[in-house]
Structure formats: structure tokens, C-alpha cells
Design a protein around this ligand. Structure first.
Ligand SMILES: Cc1cc2nc3c(=O)[nH]c(=O)nc-3n(C[C@H](O)[C@H](O)[C@H](O)COP(=O)(O)OP(=O)(O)OC[C@H]3O[C@@H](n4cnc5c(N)ncnc54)[C@H](O)[C@@H]3O)c2cc1C
Length: 263
């Protein structure tokens, strides 16, 4: 094999690492991603809470790998891998042959088999997710400002975070900061600091996370688990709780599911 062709699917942390390790080696490398940019996911929550702009946490993959002369970057989506024929099939139907294949397609959030929750509960894995979450969060404050019914105002200013991992906890903390500091002087009909974040931790909360969340005045439904979504009044129903009051702003930070490329 004179110059092996390595195909890397995905320009996330894994794909970029592969590209960097293989640069200036005797390989021809093709890195393909369905987006033209790499996203630094650990800071997505800051875009979702309007603390950072999308451009602050994303960079073109082509630019990142510009000095790797043997690496070619393609904007393309892999839909199927034919292991026997050593080919990656793209969404436009064209195949790319490889000698070696690196799959770094990441993960997506999961709704535990309830994909219908996706309409109501925003996940946080991509820039698009972060911008949609940001839109919903900021609109909730705007709607509350125009609302005269205190119960409905309270409902609008209650944010539910499903998942008590780092993302859920960081979101709770930043939401508290926004509500108590950033937006404090900007509204006239609402006290933004009265906003509540509820974190439905489906798994065990560590002591550290618990104290952090308590500090943000978030309430935690520890190990409540989620059983269903009550469509009639837009409420989440926990498996160990009879009911949870209506809450419109639900954000999914729970668990992960591997991104599937079929073989
Ligand atoms: C909100 C959030 C906060 C996080 N915070 C931390 C943290 O603080 N510390 C930490 O260590 N980790 C953190 N993580 C986890 C970390 O970001 C991930 O573990 C890491 O990004 C995984 O890298 P990856 O390359 O496997 O996947 P990704 O970074 O997800 O990259 C996958 C790439 O593959 C592309 N792709 C997917 N499917 C296809 C396809 N079919 N065809 C072509 N391209 C495709 C995607 O467009 C993407 O660019 C966080 C994650 C999130 C979502």
C-alpha cells in the first residue's frame, strides 16, 4: 500500500485529533463532516444563555486543519458504511473508498424512547440547539413581562432542566446569574430574580453538584425519573411524583445516544 487513504467521519474532538495525528504522515486523509464548522460543545450552554455568541465557540474545520497539507476536508454527510467494499456512502449517493476508517460522529441527546417530547423539550448538542434554547429562554422573560396573571407569570419563569450532569448544572447556574444580575434592571412588570430552575436529576446527584445547584436556588427532583408528558397542561410527570405543575420551558440535558451511521 503506497499511500493509504484514511477517511475520518466527523470533525468533532475525535475527528480533529485524528486529522492532527495523521498530518504530515504518508497517508492521504479525507475528513468529512455534515457541518463546515467544529463546535466546542463544553461552552454550548453559554450560547444557550446568551453569554457567548455562536462564533465564539465554533471555527471552520477547513481552517483548523489548514496546515495539514495531506488532509482534505469535505462538507458531506455519511449515511452508510459498506465494510466489505470499504466504502463510505454519502447522502448524495456518492461513495468514498477507504483503506482505513475513523468514525467520530459523536452523540445526540435521548428522550428515553419518547421522541415526541422533542417538540416541547429542547436538547443541547449543536449550535442550532443552543440558539433555539436561547430563543425560548429569552422569550419566556418577554412573555412574562406582558402577562398580568401572576400564576401564569410564575409558570413562564419556571425553567425545567432534565438531567443533572455538568450541562444541566451549568445551565442552572447561568440561568440564575442572568435572572438575578444581567436582566435584573431591564424589566418593569416582573422580578426576574424570582425565576426558578428545576433540575430533574434522573440519576444520583453528587454532593458538589447538589450544593452548587442549591446555591442557584434551583429545586431538584432527585431521582424522580420522567414517566410522561401531560399534553393538556404542558407538564412533565415524574415516575415517582404524581404530577409536576405546568412548566413551559423544558430543556433536555439528559444522557446521550451514539450518532448512528449504519453498517
Ligand atoms: C453541552 C455539552 C457540554 C459538555 N461539556 C463538557 C466538558 O465540560 N468537558 C468535557 O470533557 N466534555 C464535555 N462535553 C462532552 C464533549 O463535548 C464530547 O465528549 C465531545 O464533543 C465528543 O467528541 P466527538 O468528536 O466524539 O463528537 P462531536 O464533538 O459531537 O463531533 C461529532 C462530529 O461528527 C459530525 N457528524 C455526525 N454525524 C455525521 C455524519 N453522519 N456524517 C458526517 N458528519 C457527521 C458532527 O457534525 C460533528 O461535527 C460536553 C458536551 C455537551 C453537549
Amino acid at each position: 500500500m503506497s499511500q493509504p487513504h484514511v477517511v475520518v467521519i466527523g470533525g468533532g474532538f475525535a475527528g480533529l485529533s485524528a486529522g492532527r495525528v495523521l498530518r504530515n504522515t504518508n497517508c492521504r486523509v479525507t475528513l468529512l463532516d455534515r457541518r463546515n464548522h467544529h463546535v466546542f460543545q463544553p461552552l454550548l450552554y453559554q450560547v444557550a444563555t446568551a453569554t457567548l455568541s455562536p462564533g465564539d465557540i465554533a471555527a471552520p474545520i477547513r481552517w483548523i486543519l489548514r496546515k495539514a497539507r495531506n488532509v482534505r476536508v469535505l462538507l458531506a454527510e455519511a449515511t452508510r458504511i459498506d465494510v466489505a467494499a470499504r466504502q463510505v456512502h454519502l447522502s448524495d449517493g456518492s461513495p468514498i473508498a477507504y483503506d482505513f476508517l475513523v468514525v467520530g460522529t459523536g452523540a445526540s441527546h435521548t428522550y428515553f424512547g419518547h421522541n415526541e417530547w422533542g417538540i416541547h423539550a429542547q436538547g443541547l448538542k449543536t449550535l442550532e440547539d443552543a440558539l433555539e434554547m436561547r430563543r425560548r429562554l429569552l422569550l419566556a422573560f418577554e412573555r412574562a413581562e406582558r402577562e398580568s396573571d401572576p400564576a401564569r407569570q410564575r409558570e413562564l419563569l419556571t425553567f425545567v432542566l432534565v438531567g443533572g450532569g455538568p450541562t444541566g448544572v451549568e445551565l442552572a447556574g447561568t440561568l440564575a446569574e442572568i435572572a438575578r444580575q444581567t436582566l435584573r434592571d431591564e424589566f418593569r412588570s416582573i422580578d426576574t430574580s424570582a425565576a426558578r430552575a428545576s433540575d430533574s436529576a434522573c440519576w444520583r446527584f453528587s454532593g458538589l453538584k447538589k450544593s452548587w445547584v442549591n446555591d442557584t436556588r434551583a429545586s431538584v427532583w432527585n431521582r424522580s425519573g420522567l414517566a410522561s408528558w401531560n399534553r393538556r397542561n404542558s407538564s412533565l410527570v415524574g415516575s415517582t411524583m404524581r404530577n409536576v405543575s405546568p412548566m413551559r420551558n423544558v430543556n433536555f440535558c439528559a444522557s446521550r445516544r451514539r450518532t448512528i451511521v449504519s453498517f
